[in-house]
Ligand binder design. Sequence first.
Ligand code: SF4
Ligand code: SF4
Length: 348
Amino acid sequence: MVITIEKAVNILKNCMAFNRPQHVQWFLTRRCNYRCNSCQIWQDQDYDELSTKEVLSGLDVLRKMGTIEVVFSGGNPLLRDDIDEILAYASRFFITTVYDNGSLAAEKIEDLKHADFVAISLDSLDPHKNDYIKGVKGAWRRAMESIRKLKENGIRVSVSPIISMHNIDEIVKLTQYFVERDIPVWYCLYSYDALASHKESFSIGRKKDDYNIVDANKIIQLCTEIMEMRHKYSNILVTENLLKALINLYANGTRIWECKALQNFIVINHKGQVSGCHIQEPIGSIHELPKIWNSSKLDNLRRKYQKCSKCTYLCYIFYSLHGNIHGNLQIIKEHWKNVKLFMKLFDQ
Ligand code: SF4
Ligand code: SF4
């Protein structure tokens, strides 16, 4: 974990700015060693990805454009041999999170010391159910081992279940289990890529009827319980705004947010192509981004995406809801309140 005054000051400065790609999800690779039932990635893996040098120069572009946080995912980004170098460079400037499906973190502890946060995806406390969802025997045991080792080594680890009809009844229990052990929990919501245009940047969610959240009452009840739990546990990383937005969506079918894709967030795929979200078509490469960011073409897309309601990926809703100065500060506060990085810095 890299904590410098320069980094904190830059992050705070960039929080105050408008119209910047402040939140970036970078899908570093389309390779994965797991076989999750609801995921498209492992079914069409691609070995063509950016070199280390190209990723680092892409991070330089983001630094100059005012990015606050970068979340590295994949596929499994830990399959890249250069993940240590990428994390070390990124975390000099950004709040840096890296995802692992739990399979590799335990053996990459030294590499992961460079990240601010490591998120392990784990879908159930029941080993058999988790392994069924992940499509790999032993996934649960490896994930638990990774979580334990990360924690032992002082690395900020969080757990991130994908909520679906398979595990919706046990999310409260899973949350309680981890937050009581001082391990923060963030959620993903099972969603599939509904555009199916074949032009999308990166397909992730595979349509699976048994995963789809069809019981509105259950998700409303879950959000209400999580909201209650937030009063007791500070390690639940979703905000009250996000939970209220979900309750409203499932209760009334309406969105209390407008999508801010290409406004305050972008995604980058394994080939370095940028798009508003992974479901939309790429607009150009990361290295072209500064040239096109203020173009009328992107302004038109921003207006179009603002009206889009094609997905319920939680991170996109989260960025959309918190896409202003106050929202950015809230994200930073939520992320950093537990580690008290800012507090430490300003106490020095
Ligand atoms: S959901 Fe994640 S861990 Fe599972 S197959 Fe897809 S990329 Fe791999
Ligand atoms: S709502 Fe936003 S994030 Fe979701 S598909 Fe549409 S543009 Fe993408």
